[in-house]
Design a protein around this ligand. Sequence first.
Ligand code: LIP
Length: 282
Amino acid sequence: MDDLWQDAMDHAVAIARKSGQMVREALRDDRKVMMTKSSSIDLVTQTDQKVEQLIIKSVKEKFPTHRFIGEESVAAGEPCDLTDFPTWIIDPIDGTTNFVHAFPFVAVSIGFCVNKQCEFGVVYSCLQDQMFTARRGRGAFCNGEPLQVSTEEDISRSIIATEFGSNRETEAIDRMFSSLRKIVCIPVQGVRSAGSAAVNMCLVASGCVEAYYEIGIHVWDVAAGSLLVTEAGGVLMDVEGGVVDLMSRRIIAANNRTLAERIVKEIDSFSPTRDDAPLPKQ
Ligand code: LIP
């Protein structure tokens, strides 16, 4: 296995840890300084922006030809196009609403793709000091300890995680809650929402949660976590059962295909505007 990307992964771990320190420090003084994006509940803070700038600046210095997809860069008008070039897919604070409320699931998420394939993923759950890492073909780890998904095959003996995002349009809400009701009434043993897609996927990789699904996420929320799940022995699937498309804003991350396919049966799906959809003409 070539070690071509090990240097990049080592940098990702180091900058994620440094970013996590910034987040913890900001919790004390400026987490309430926030703005809104697509709606009054789609939050962004100065810390989101500072962390993303720190990560991108540090990567550009070491890997000047690499490209970026960053949540706040895209929000500022940068294109969200995944090409074959080495690309860093960054969510500076996954769980921004949690950050503003000091709710303890706040993650720095860094995925790295080449030829549209994830080579490594790093998720730093910085209030819990848990560094989740995965390198394609080499397993998934938390603080250096190997991760393995749950072995449970029976969804009625499972915990399922999901989120409701920031879309409050009636059609989307109706479908999300119809899906939730059907899954709760299987019945499953529990439903959980960490408030962070990346943390939910780390919980699947760790075997604490059997599956996570969501419609409305973005590629930066799930790029790193997707490799953590598969390298821990789990599977990814589209909510309608096909191959997952990280730009589609839809995902199921599960411990095995049996549970993933069972969840597909209960989801009333819909298709948000893709992350790589052409920007509206000015
Ligand atoms: C969050 C995602 C979560 C989703 C939230 C939000 P952010 O990411 O991790 O799954 O439900 O609406 O998008 O915005 O905190 O980076």
